[in-house]
Design a protein around this ligand. Structure first.
Ligand code: BES
Ligand code: ZN
Ligand code: ZN
Length: 507
């Protein structure tokens, strides 16, 4: 989907469909909103008529379509819910609902009337970004394996109208920047959605090489031989059961800069998580093709960093392996030696994410001395149990970093909730035979014991861990309860969040 900005009123354009936002009518408020008078006029007063009949009520997810008598155009009224509760996230969802309502309905071009979406609390610039996010993300479909598909919106125009036209320059900049960012999110979804028969660790390395070539970032791929030389026993252990050998992939944006801040972004890249010898039950196992979502988000973050030229140096690390049972698979009881020398007692081969991350975190901290490390991982089912399908768990040893990520979360709508890390959790991951164990005796607090495990591999570095097991994956039953701009499959959660953080953090 391409985006454009137009100074005129929406009714003056020539798009196939116009969309306007409408807040839910308050108890005593009966008059048709004056802000929509122009559209009402252009559509033969059908809007105000429908309002009077209480046919359109402005409820969230309510989309009503009006047609012009001459057949030249249609207008969609999308409900925004109670006026006082309309926020940026409301706009993202509304834009997604509009694009979804038009899917397969013969429209190729769409226009949003900006003034009907922005309000006293949402500046025009923020509204523009939200409309771009919602339309692009909501319109996404994974088409790689589809022989045919229904037509969809190809170009979306934001109509400024008289008032906002005065701010044209900053609004155009916001639109262009957001378009570049969501384009990267969709690119990331296209990679994360590819199943494990194709998306092997080496295939992910290929994607990283392609990205590096296109955007002039540096890439290094460590194969299984190199990983053995580097004593990366964690990644090698997890990847041992698969014929597709593991890879540690490192991307460097702004690698030449020696001064300023370095942020490392590390991702779990399990191309398929069967659980290994501690095999998972059959129901739902297919969603474990999305267990590489953290590493894919790292790809997206590095691409966004390069496209948007963010201030800090960014080191992206993808820890990629396939977790399968097999003759050379790692087993419960094994003790693995990691890159930094610490040992892991394996008690459950299904707790493999933390094991591959141990080498990746240890490596990036030792080699690059980053100022901050942010990791993203579909790490625990416990996180989904605690926070539900659309919220990521945040664990951090650094107040400033944690707060910055929470700020970025508020701006992007990628919801994050901070969780505690205490000595109880640290105690629970201590091992009798090695340094740490990958699975605990007590199952309670599973998201936090996983974080306590990871903490062992970052030393004193400021670190934030994002458990994205819920929001990274949108499957059948959860689809109803997540934002409208989540697609079915991999959502690329984390890319907008971390990219926004990198855009706003000083060098
Ligand atoms: N990849 C899973 C976690 C997961 C679950 C991601 C559901 C997305 C949706 C992870 O590797 C795993 O299996 N974790 C175990 C850990 C346990 C064995 C300590 C879990 O959460 O049950
Ligand atoms: Zn697992
Ligand atoms: Zn996993």
């Amino acid at each position: 989907m391409r985006f454009a900005l137009d100074r005129r009123e929406a009714t003056q354009g020539t798009v196939d469909a116009i969309a306007v936002g409408l807040a839910e009518r308050a108890e005593k408020e009966d008059a048709f909103p004056r802000a929509l008078a122009r559209e009402d006029q252009a559509y033969g007063k059908f809007l105000s008529g429908a309002w009077e009949r209480r046919e359109i009520r402005g409820k969230r997810k309510e989309v009503t379509v009006f047609h012009r008598a001459d057949g030249k155009g249609r207008l969609l009224v999308v409900g925004l819910g109670p006026r006082t509760l309309v926020d940026t996230e409301t706009l993202r969802n509304a834009a997604a609902e509009v694009v979804r309502a038009l899917k397969g309905r013969g429209a190729r071009t769409l226009g949003f009337k900006l003034a009907s979406f922005a309000n006293e609390r949402i500046p025009a610039e923020t509204a523009v970004r939200a409309l771009v996010d919602g339309a692009a993300l909501g319109g996404y479909e994974f088409l790689r394996y589809k022989s045919s598909h229904e037509g969809k919106i190809e170009e979306t125009t934001v109509f400024l109208g008289e008032e906002a036209a005065r701010e044209e320059a900053p609004l155009r900049k916001a639109l262009e920047q957001e378009e570049a960012l969501v384009e990267t999110v969709l690119w990331t979804r296209d990679i994360a959605n590819v199943p494990a028969d194709t998306a092997t660790p080496e295939w992910l390395a290929e994607q990283a090489r392609g990205l590096a070539k296109e955007f002039g970032v540096k890439v290094t791929v460590f194969d299984e031989k190199k990983l053995a030389e580097m004593n990366c026993g964690g990644i090698l252990g997890v990847g041992g059961g698969s014929v597709h050998p593991p890879r540690l992939i490192v991307l460097e944006y702004g690698g030449g800069a020696r001064s300023g801040k370095t942020v490392a972004v590390v991702g779990k890249g399990i191309t398929f998580d069967s659980g290994g010898i501690s095999l998972k039950p059959a129901p739902g196992m297919s969603t474990m093709k999305f267990d590489k979502s953290g590493a894919c988000a790292v790809l997206g973050v590095v691409r966004a960093a390069a496209v948007l030229k963010v201030p800090p140096r960014v080191i992206g690390v993808m820890a990629c392996a396939e977790n399968l049972p097999g003759p050379s698979a790692y087993r419960p009881g094994d003790v693995l030696r990691t890159h930094g020398g610490k040992t892991i007692e394996v008690l459950n081969t299904d707790a493999e994410g933390r094991v591959v991350l141990s080498d990746a975190l240890g490596y990036v901290v030792e080699k690059y001395h980053p100022d901050q490390v942010v990791d993203m991982a579909t790490l625990t089912g416990a996180c989904v149990v605690a926070l539900g399908p659309d919220i990521a768990g945040l664990v951090s040893n650094d107040e400033v970093l944690a707060q910055s990520l929470l700020d970025a979360s508020r701006q992007t709508g990628e919801t994050v909730w901070r969780m505690p890390l205490t000595d109880t959790h640290r105690e629970m991951v201590k091992s009798d035979v090695g340094d740490v164990r990958n699975s605990t005796e007590l199952k309670e607090g599973g998201m936090l014991t996983a974080a306590a495990f990871l903490e062992n591999f970052v030393g004193k570095t400021a670190w934030a861990h994002l458990d994205i097991a819920g929001p990274a994956i949108c499957d059948g039953p959860t689809a109803r309860y997540v934002p409208s701009y989540f697609n079915h499959g991999a959502t690329a959660f984390g890319v907008r969040l971390v990219a926004r953080y990198l855009m706003t953090t000083p060098r």
